[in-house]
Design a protein around this ligand. Structure first.
Ligand SMILES: [Fe+2]
Ligand SMILES: [Fe+2]
Length: 187
């Protein structure tokens, strides 16, 4: 194919302990306020359409920072940068803007998400208060895909937002691209 410099591994499903330690690391990391440089902002604006940029800007700065880290890793893995793949990396978590969940709700939601079903998360997402936020956070894949569809994004961008937390066997996108995007994403 020649498109990729290297491809990531599909990887086994995460164990509870791996997820737990990852959450501890993420929690400690999130206590530090991250900022986005002017140079990165210009880079993002070159990749995204105007409506995608408006969505991306609505994310908290820590989430913007995460999305840039992921997209930079993807860029390094590509022999030739492909705008759509970079846009998919930048916007995979954009659905988190719906819940506006604080870090402790994110940690709580991720733990609860390990032992509850997607159907349950969707029911919670219709509620208000903490349960609503937990549900909306756990449904960020669905919400992100809807927002990106409305913004007129490419189908890869919409589909990756929707599938980025699914196991590889449920992906409908090219698994080589999926693995590249997944291995660049550390959450
Ligand atoms: Fe996500
Ligand atoms: Fe992510």
């Amino acid at each position: 194919m020649g498109r990729f410099r290297r491809s990531g591994s599909g990887g086994p499903e995460r164990s509870f302990m791996k997820t737990f330690w990852h959450l501890v690391k993420r929690f400690l990391g999130s206590l530090q306020q991250k900022s986005v440089s002017e140079q990165d902002l210009l880079w993002v604006a070159e990749i995204l359409s105007q409506s995608e940029m408006a969505l991306w800007k609505s994310m908290p700065e820590n989430d913007q920072h995460h999305s840039i880290e992921v997209a930079r890793r993807v860029e390094e893995s590509l022999a030739e940068p492909e705008q759509t793949i970079l846009a998919a990396a930048l916007l995979h978590d954009v659905g988190k803007v719906v819940s506006k969940a604080e870090i402790w709700i994110r940690v709580l939601a991720t733990l609860i998400g390990l032992i509850t079903s997607g159907r349950q998360h969707q029911r919670w997402s219709k509620r208000t208060g903490i349960i609503g936020k937990v549900g909306q956070y756990l449904c960020h894949s669905i919400d992100g895909a809807l927002l990106l569809k409305e913004a007129g994004s490419d189908s890869l961008v919409v589909t990756w937002a929707s599938e980025h937390h699914l196991p590889e066997h449920q992906w409908t996108i090219n698994p080589e691209i999926g693995n590249l995007l997944k291995s660049a994403d550390d959450d």
